[in-house]
Design a protein around this ligand. Sequence first.
Ligand code: PEP
Ligand code: MN
Length: 338
Amino acid sequence: MRQGASPAQIQTVVDRVEELGFRAHLSQGEERTIIGIIGDERPVGIEPLELLEGVERVVPILQPFKLASRDFKPESTVVTLGKGKKGEVSIGGKAIVVMAGPCSIESREQLMETAWAVKESGARVLRGGAYKPRTSPYSFQGLGEKGLELLLEAGEIVGLPVITEVVSPSDVELVKRYSDCLQIGARNTQNFSLLQEIGRSGHPALLKRGMMMTIQELLMAAEYILSNRDYDVILCERGIRTFETATRFTLDINAVPVLKQLTHLPVIVDPTHSTGRAALVPPVSRAAIAAGADGLIVEVHPHPERALSDAPQQMKPEAFVVMMKELKAIAEAVGRTL
Ligand code: PEP
Ligand code: MN
């Protein structure tokens, strides 16, 4: 719509869009209102909408993802976690945000020790898994709701928002009550009923790229979450499967600038699951920030050798603090802060 289009003009366009059998998605920016027209335009043609009063332009978005597309929303989205709480943090702005914590929540002591350590090193979000999507059914599956209670408590004590994975649509409401951000793991990024449930929850979400997903498929998964809700979805590159076996997965560093071009959503990198080895996390994290990532999600454990999951890749707090200092320099070199 033109700058200064009246509410009545906007409503007329919305009504016409719906009459034509599309869904209208209103996005009220500071300067102007954009009405997203969602649906298959081929049978109808939307150009005549340009004749309605107050309409500036009708722009066909050729990408199959619409709400996630930068054509649709040119300004970058900033996602706030822990809104109104101590430790509230924004992702997608100038500041690089590091999320850190153990792979799995194992006990109160383990979690509290990690939470204090990562907070003191400059992490802004506490991570920890309570529902673990393990490759083997015989591996530790997480503490479930008990783990969520510990995570919420630890976040409140140290003053950090918390993020944790949800693996089943029926757990979304429960996990939402305990966490500031719902994590969708690589094994679930194309679980469309989970994505729709998370969309309906209206809660901030972190969507990891599946290990066998293209960038376009990742954006289509984001599109499932975004319909009819705020834009608070963060994307995460965490490595994909290639022929390479020297590392656990292959971090697709290209995905960072490609995603930043294609979408307005914040993009972070997981250097822990992509490499699978703690020693590789610092150099890969530096590369991610240099490539334009808005943040990182890193596994830290006070005693990795005793960890119940992902032992080889979890960093010790002593190594994490050193890495954070190095990352600050990289962030500043690319015009960001940490
Ligand atoms: C995790 O972050 O705990 C995790 C399981 O990662 P991914 O889904 O990327 O494998
Ligand atoms: Mn893990």
